[in-house]
Design a protein around this ligand. Sequence first.
Ligand SMILES: C[S@@+](CC[C@H](N)C(=O)[O-])C[C@H]1O[C@@H](n2cnc3c(N)ncnc32)[C@H](O)[C@@H]1O
Length: 182
Amino acid sequence: MRHFIIISNTVDTSASLSINSLTAFGRLDVICRCVTASFYLSDGFRKNVTLSIIFLKTGKIMQIQGEEVRGINPDERAIAGVLRKVFSGKNYPGIIFYSESFDNFISNYDPIVLTDTKSQSENLLHQYNTYIIGDQAGFSEEFKQQLDLYPKASLGSRIYLSSQTITILNYLIDRFEQSLTL
Ligand SMILES: C[S@@+](CC[C@H](N)C(=O)[O-])C[C@H]1O[C@@H](n2cnc3c(N)ncnc32)[C@H](O)[C@@H]1O
């Protein structure tokens, strides 16, 4: 199993979202791209992935479980349409949406934080299966303190988009798993 956790600093899950303007109430476009990067291959869907999104603005958490989720397509507007339904309180298979503090939520996991800090390296990655990733704004100074407890890993000195970070992680984990089965 792989578990990606995205920290969304700006999306307002209580707003009435339009799929024609994914940036009107925070960067929902970033979240939609993270959904595509987490689950989609050109020829398949990664059932072994869970994506959690921590919406700091509203204290909500959304968890999308690859094993259970049905009927989502890789394009951003279609994903935004699904998220909009869930935000409005409708049930959707494989997606749960609820209120919980980050501290309570994260106490259930043993995560590693993805950071571009140069002193960290990617060596630790394979010892974990839960990865915390920032959105377009990264981690605020205040939030960084909540992450102090957790180990950090870097993918190098280039700063990648959140969705690109997930794509790279999926690739590295694929390679690692393939090397174990050779
Ligand atoms: C677009 S970046 C955030 C940029 C933000 N302006 C900052 O300075 O933190 C989004 C997230 O991707 C991850 N990320 C980007 N580049 C990375 C790298 N080289 N190594 C590890 N994680 C990276 C981090 O979790 C980061 O918070």
